[in-house]
Design a protein around this ligand. Structure first.
Ligand SMILES: Cc1cc2nc3c(=O)[nH]c(=O)nc-3n(C[C@H](O)[C@H](O)[C@H](O)COP(=O)(O)OP(=O)(O)OC[C@H]3O[C@@H](n4cnc5c(N)ncnc54)[C@H](O)[C@@H]3O)c2cc1C
Length: 308
């Protein structure tokens, strides 16, 4: 019997109709990864019940947004994949004086939020228009671009802990730094955020959004599955892409995985790459850059499931 089947059975008994076994390659932007038990959660109550059950039964879990920063094992994973939808993927907009106050569910699609903000004349989120994740994933990663990150606009983050208890954390206590947040060290689920945006001219904001998308289309290899930048900028802020290029690695392949010729900090799936091939290429890049430049690159992407 497949080892994920007992977990599938326990969850299905408690959440009939909400549980599936899916291939992670369908849920990640690298389009790789094997089978996992998946549940889509639509309310805070359902999430609290689920976390209570997983705590009692000792079932590990992993929150998956749009899988745009995740390398999922070819063998799948023993963690239950939790995805947020329905009532956890809505945005409430309130205009007060010269600001917009937003209450946003963690499952909201970040580029759509950014586009909606531009259309309503709410300024600040233009930078996020091409970051293909959810608001929860962007808070967890403190996603950013062009000198801005999500943290710049947040007021608070609401989480449920692993037993299902809610907590509202003011932004000052979220320990946001370059691509990091306190949530990377905790067993919590980000369920929503509050945010404050300024007023702007919607036609100016929309054309700024278009300009940014155009810039990204030219710079990034978007025609192939990828997970954005693989490595974080080192402490001295040298560009990992430049280090990888200088190490002569552009175009280097392992099976179907290739260091992009357009942007060396991207690894693309040229068609039939496996996660093992991508992971092997990541190791080659890390070791080659270390020996050519003395800089040890660290991954920005997150691993899901066992690495061979
Ligand atoms: C083409 C491309 C371009 C990109 N450009 C950028 C960029 O410009 N800037 C940038 O910063 N990133 C960029 N990324 C990376 C990625 O889009 C961001 O990190 C994004 O914020 C991840 O969101 P996600 O919903 O896909 O999270 P996932 O990839 O699904 O998950 C990432 C991590 O967040 C955790 N997580 C997700 N949701 C929650 C939640 N609700 N509660 C707790 N933990 C959670 C997951 O467990 C996982 O550890 C890019 C990726 C791609 C494919």
């Amino acid at each position: 019997m497949n080892s994920i089947e007992p977990v599938f059975r326990i969850l299905s008994e408690n959440f009939p109709g909400d549980v599936d076994i899916l291939q992670l390659r369908e849920l990640t932007t690298w389009h790789t990864g094997g089978p996992a038990v998946c549940i889509t959660v639509t309310t805070i109550g359902m999430l609290a019940d689920l976390l209570g059950l997983t705590a009692r039964e000792g079932i590990p879990w992993f929150i998956l947004g749009l899988g745009s920063n995740v390398l999922a094992s070819d063998a799948g994973c023993s963690e239950v994949i939790i995805r947020l939808s329905g009532g956890l993927a809505r945005t409430e907009w309130h205009r007060s004086g010269n600001r917009w106050d937003l209450r946003i569910g963690a499952g909201v699609h970040l580029p759509s939020l950014s586009g909606a903000a531009c259309s309503r004349g709410a300024s600040g989120l233009e930078f996020a228009i091409g970051i293909p994740g959810t608001v929860g994933g962007a808070v967890f990663m403190n996603a950013g671009a062009y000198g801005n990150s999500l943290a710049d606009f947040l007021k608070s983050v609401t989480v449920l802990d692993y037993r299902g208890s809610a907590n509202i954390i003011p932004v000052e206590e979220c320990c946001f730094a370059y691509r990091s947040s306190r949530f990377q060290k905790e067993r919590t689920v980000i369920t929503g955020v509050t945010m404050s945006l300024g007023l702007g001219d919607s036609s100016v904001l929309r054309s700024e959004g278009k300009r940014i998308l155009e810039l990204r289309r030219k710079k990034f290899p978007l025609q192939h599955p990828n997970a954005g930048s693989v490595f974080r900028k080192p402490a001295d802020r040298i560009s990992p892409g430049k280090l990888i290029e200088d190490a002569g690695l552009k175009g280097r392949t392992v099976g179907g995985a290739e260091v992009s010729r357009r942007h060396a900090n991207f690894i693309i799936n040229t068609g039939k790459a496996t996660s093992d091939e991508i992971a092997e290429l990541i190791d080659i890049v890390r070791e080659s850059v270390l020996s050519s430049s003395g800089v040890l690159l660290k991954e920005e992407i997150r691993y899901l499931g066992r690495r061979n």
